[in-house]
Design a protein around this ligand. Structure first.
Ligand SMILES: NC(=O)c1ccc[n+]([C@@H]2O[C@H](COP(=O)([O-])OP(=O)(O)OC[C@H]3O[C@@H](n4cnc5c(N)ncnc54)[C@H](O)[C@@H]3O)[C@@H](O)[C@H]2O)c1
Length: 344
């Protein structure tokens, strides 16, 4: 089996989680990092103990480089990802794929045109309890789905925004609580409930002096007839573990911070796996571990080695961006919007 060489673009907080995750895997090695600012590159070389290139072309020309992972601010995913795809590298992009549908579509097309894979990091899809839920829904154990809710009622301190040049900005983050924090749980909701028929959203900047929203709610109708509520916030003190609720004709399940806290199917024993929700980013963005990133990397590398399809591809990554963009537009227009949604 061939060892795969990985390079990471961006040397901020999430880069360390990828390094920790990849270090636990066989047949994969991070060769180098890239940061275009010489001073930041030099600092990162000391922090991470790896070669850090400030010249993108030089970085992309590294011998043995197969995969490039993009860990730049969300509104700066496209350009480095395009360069990587054009250099013939497989591309892994942190969530969200990009901040609007035009930029998402350019990225997806570039990977298709250059014959490289595109994987979007949504590590919560690989949590054991979420996988249990997904499999049970697919086996029909919950019956016909009636309702799916996602609540991401989180809190961030004022410093979270004031100490970052891009968080909460429209250009850098694409918005606020929905596109940065809520998107993980929205991705799971869509993965379980399927395609959206329509949405009515309301977003507000209620607490912090940011451009994006720090509070929002939406009502969704799914194509399968089910309905759902979504809330996302970074203004709700002290911040509670994110919650995913699925209700069907035969039963229901609730996950908090990726753990099953309620599971009741008619005629079957109920199940609770854990009340330990300490891995939630509810009030601390650094609270996440690297195990789920490792699980996603492992599946992605396996797909490359086996020449089989990768799971969280561009089409999957586009869905949550489409929903969030529709929520923003619906709030602006004060009207229900129907899918497929396109940015105007
Ligand atoms: N999967 C998760 O749970 C998770 C958690 C945190 C962040 N993220 C995502 O990861 C991405 C980065 O977030 P972060 O918290 O690490 O941000 P950060 O601000 O800590 O780091 C961003 C890094 O990108 C660098 N950078 C900026 N412009 C660049 C460019 N043009 N080329 C190369 N490097 C550039 C910065 O110097 C910095 O090193 C975001 O898209 C965010 O949404 C995902």
């Amino acid at each position: 089996m061939k060892d795969l060489g990985i390079g990471i673009i961006g040397t901020g907080s999430i880069t360390g989680k990828h390094l920790e995750a990849i270090a636990t895997l066989d047949h994969a090695k991070v060769l180098a990092l890239h940061n275009p600012k010489l001073e930041s590159a030099q600092k990162a070389a000391v922090t991470f103990g790896l070669p850090v290139y400030s010249d993108l072309e030089e970085f992309l020309a590294l011998p043995g480089l197969d995969i490039v992972c993009v860990c730049t601010p969300s509104g700066l995913h496209l350009e480095p990802a395009l360069a990587a795809a054009r250099a013939g590298k497989h591309v892994v992009v942190e969530k969200p794929l990009e901040i609007n549908l035009s930029r998402v579509d350019q990225l997806v097309s570039a990977c298709e045109d250059n014959g490289v894979r595109l994987e979007v990091i949504f590590q919560n899809r690989f949590s054991p309890d979420y996988l249990k839920l997904k499999e049970a829904v697919e086996r029909g154990e919950f019956g016909r789905l009636l309702m799916g809710n996602a609540y991401i009622n989180w809190f961030r301190t004022p410093e979270y925004y004031s100490q970052s040049i891009w968080k909460g900005t429209l250009e850098g983050d694409g918005g606020g609580a929905f596109i940065n924090q809520g998107i993980h749980t929205l991705d799971l909701l869509l993965d379980i409930m399927g395609d959206v028929k329509s949405v009515f959203g309301k977003v507000k900047t209620a607490l912090y002096p940011i451009e994006g929203e720090d509070l929002g709610a939406a009502m969704v109708t799914f194509k399968n007839g089910a309905i759902g509520n979504i809330t996302a916030a970074t203004s709700l003190y002290p911040g509670y573990p994110e919650r995913l609720e699925i209700y069907g004709t035969e039963g229901s399940a609730i996950l908090e911070a990726g753990k099953i806290v309620a599971w009741n199917i008619k005629g079957k024993e109920s199940l609770v796996s854990s009340k330990d929700t300490s891995s939630s980013g509810a009030s601390d963005p650094t609270a996440i571990g690297s195990e789920l990133h490792a699980a996603q990397w492992s599946r992605f590398l396996e797909a490359i080695q086996n020449d089989s399809p990768n799971l969280v591809n561009g089409k999957e990554g586009r869905k949550s961006v489409e929903l969030i963009r529709a929520i923003y537009k619906s709030s602006e227009l004060n009207q229900e919007l129907f899918f497929p949604f396109e940015d105007s």
